[in-house]
Design a protein around this ligand. Structure first.
Ligand code: ADE
Length: 304
């Protein structure tokens, strides 16, 4: 079994500088669990920084000797080594030379953007103002989250990395409500099952996918832009599920016949125009993340 592990490990080209001593890692509770793996809360003692304890998140596999899970984890590790942006989840280290393999990433205290939005909606409905630092999402927050996601995605597009599963569930919210794009890799993990349509062995996040991804399994920066439009809609609706009441199986034909989600009540026509632009049938007609980011930045300037 050890041989098997090392065989897979050697398919990758990992930089040894990331290797972390697993004895210095204290694992805690499960933060999330999916089809291919799980994420745990953990702590490391920072020797260089007056021995303070840092909370981190650790990604690992659920089943030993499962090559699919292992490949998913190692390919995510591979990708994370290459990225560095304030709005993209940061790799801190890995325990990968021995089993079980762990990758250590920054901890995001508010969890997923989707859960934050839904909690904030509940607070608003209850007339509560603050629980565990979660505050009702304001119009400025909507613009700020959208702008931050555009910046992270613009960076990924610049380094030619296509995400393929951009959704509010895959954006994490760190201290200061900083958005961090996460969960990219060759094999996607599934944290909220109902969003993914079971199709052969793959689960596909149909409601976030562009028509060309649904039809031909093509993924480009422009299909990420389509998904971003759906994320914008999720933010404005405080975490509603896209295309309410529409079964995923019917979506492709609806989209091809020109159907799009209507403007949510609390969405300005100006922002709705941006979302609609992301959902252009012709991928070339969709805006770039740079252009979208500039738009949100200027809208933010106006409400500051
Ligand atoms: N859930 C999944 N990844 C996480 C992270 N990095 N921080 C907090 N919660 C998470």
């Amino acid at each position: 079994q050890k041989e098997n592990y090392l065989q897979t490990y050697h398919k990758f080209d990992f930089d040894a500088k990331w290797e972390f001593d697993r004895d210095k890692l204290t694992l805690d509770t499960t933060l999330g669990e999916g089809e291919f793996g799980k994420v745990l809360k953990a702590y490391i003692q920072e020797i260089d920084k007056d021995n303070s304890i840092r909370t981190v998140a650790v990604k690992t596999i659920k089943t030993k000797n499962n090559s699919v899970e292992l490949l998913a984890l190692l390919s995510e590790f591979q990708l994370l080594q290459e990225v560095s942006h304030p709005n993209v989840i940061k790799l801190l280290g890995a325990c990968i030379k021995s089993e079980p393999p762990l990758i250590i990433i920054e901890y995001c205290c508010f969890g997923s953007l989707r859960s934050y939005l839904r909690l904030s909606r509940k607070l608003e409905e209850a007339g509560d103002l603050n629980i565990d630092g979660v505050e009702p999402v304001t119009a400025t927050d909507v613009l700020s989250f959208s702008w931050q996601i555009c910046k992270g995605m613009s960076y990924l597009a610049d380094i030619k990395l296509v995400h393929r599963d951009l959704a509010a569930r895959n954006v994490l919210l760190a201290e200061g409500r900083v958005c961090k794009i996460s969960d990219f890799g060759l094999t996607r993990d599934v944290y909220e099952d109902d969003a993914y349509l079971k199709k052969s062995k793959d689960r596909v996040p149909v409601k976030w996918m562009s028509p060309e991804s649904l039809a031909d399994h093509v993924y480009t920066a422009k299909t990420d832009v389509w998904s971003f439009g759906i994320v914008g809609w999720e933010i404005i609706t405080l975490g509603a599920t896209p295309y309410p009441g529409i079964p995923p199986q019917n979506l492709y034909h609806l989209l091809r016949s020109g159907y799009r989600m209507e403007r949510p009540e609390n969405c300005s026509p100006e922002i709705y125009m941006l979302l609609e632009a992301c959902w252009a049938d012709d991928p070339m007609k969709r805006p770039s993340f740079k252009a979208l980011g500039a738009k949100f930045e200027s809208l933010l300037g106006k409400c500051a």
